[in-house]
Each structure stands twice: as structure tokens, then as C-alpha cells.
Design a protein around this ligand. Structure first.
Ligand code: GRF
Length: 209
């Protein structure tokens, strides 16, 4: 602990991909006043680029391969066992492309945060950016929310919009959306770590420090 600061909330970050959102959290947590400390990074595949980012930052990282488990329940239990070992208070799904079983929600009630590349409840699921383009919306965005037992459904912590331009491709629009993710996910995780978020029904109440 740095002199003059209090212990930070320990979190696990779950990843599947390149880890640009993980990087945003790593960069934010360089500030000693950031509310959370990344205790461990968990990937569902050994080739996730995010693992290198964790290694480069000196953060513990483990692989819990989806293919090693027979069902969602045992896979989720293995993830929770790994995160429990690192004594974390919450999980952050940062581009984690698996659906956790309710086992995780019972272990971490109102303490699992997901970032989704659309303005929920529009365009849930894995192809949110493609769906937004196909639908012809002119505005989409980012939702950071707590995870409940339904996919891309839980109480919303933060949302921010992104314009859709007529000549956008999925890649161009996704890059614009990810830039926003890299700002709003750390904001939400900081607030969670500082204990500023309270779930009341479908709403998330923010208190100030
Ligand atoms: C993010 O855009 C996230 O919203 C989506 O997958 C992407 C992961 O990107 N579910 P990264 O691995 O954080 O770079």
C-alpha cells in the first residue's frame, strides 16, 4: 500500500481477446487513488492477447480453458475457484466472450461488471456492433452494467453514445465504440471499488465520496 492511501478493492478481470479494455484498467490503476487493484486476470483461452498485457504489467494471470470443462457450471466454478484464490471482491468482464453460470452471480452478488458495445437493451449478444449497423441506427454506444442471470441484462451503471456514420464498417464502428469503452469502464470500476454504487431494483444509485 502506498503511504496516505487505503487498501484498494481487489478485482479479477476476465478476458477472451486482445485486452484493450484490460489495458485501460491497468493504465487507470497506475493512479494510487483509483478504487480497484487488479489482483488476477483470467482468460478462457491460452492465446488471448490480454494475457501478455497482464504479464507485461506484472499481474497474476491464469487460463481456465472453456474446452477443458464439460459444461458452463463446472467452467464457472473453476473460474470462481481461481478468483477466490486471489481474494477478490468483484469480477470485471472485459471482452469476456463466455456466459457465466449463476454460480458466479451467487458468489459475487452485484459485484460482476460487464462492458457491452451497444446501448442496452438494444443489440444484446455477441454481434452487437454488426446488429447495430444492420439495423441502420444512427446512434449506438457502450453500456457498463452489473451482471445478473440473463445475458446483457443487469442494472446499468453507465452508458455513453457513439455516432454511427453512413460509411462505417463493423471494424471502424467497433474502434469508435472501444475508445469510449476505455473511458467508461475504468470510471465504473473506480466507482465500484470505492463503494459508490448501490443496486436498487433495476437502477444503480451513485453516491459521492
Ligand atoms: C470489446 O469491444 C467488448 O465490448 C466486446 O469485445 C471487445 C473486447 O475488446 N465484448 P478487448 O479484448 O478489450 O480489446
Amino acid at each position: 500500500m502506498i503511504a496516505g492511501t487505503t487498501a484498494r478493492t481487489r478485482i479479477a478481470v476476465l478476458v477472451s481477446g486482445s485486452g484493450s479494455n484490460l489495458q485501460a484498467l491497468i493504465d487507470a490503476s497506475v493512479d494510487p487513488h483509483f478504487g480497484a487493484e487488479i489482483a488476477v486476470v483470467v482468460a478462457d483461452r491460452p492465446n488471448a492477447g490480454a494475457l501478455k498485457r497482464a504479464a507485461d504489467a506484472g499481474i497474476a494471470h491464469v487460463v481456465v480453458s472453456w474446452s477443458d470443462y464439460s459444461d458452463r457450471e463446472t467452467f464457472t466454478t473453476a473460474i470462481c475457484d481461481a478468483t477466490h484464490t486471489h481474494d477478490v471482491t468483484g469480477l470485471v468482464l472485459a471482452g469476456f466472450m463466455r456466459i457465466l453460470s449463476p454460480v458466479a452471480i451467487r458468489r459475487y452478488p452485484d459485484a460482476i461488471i460487464n462492458v457491452h458495445p451497444a446501448l442496452l437493451p438494444a443489440f444484446p449478444g455477441a454481434d452487437a456492433v454488426g446488429q447495430a449497423l444492420a439495423h441502420g441506427v444512427t446512434v449506438t454506444g457502450v453500456t457498463v452494467h452489473f451482471v445478473d442471470e440473463q445475458v446483457d441484462h443487469g442494472p446499468i451503471i453507465l452508458q455513453e453514445s457513439a455516432a454511427v456514420h453512413p460509411d462505417d464498417t463493423i471494424d471502424i464502428l467497433h474502434r469508435r465504440i472501444q475508445q469510449i469503452e476505455h473511458t467508461v469502464l475504468p470510471l465504473a470500476v473506480d466507482a465500484f471499488g470505492k463503494g459508490l454504487l448501490r443496486v436498487v431494483g433495476r437502477r444503480v444509485e451513485w453516491s459521492s465520496l
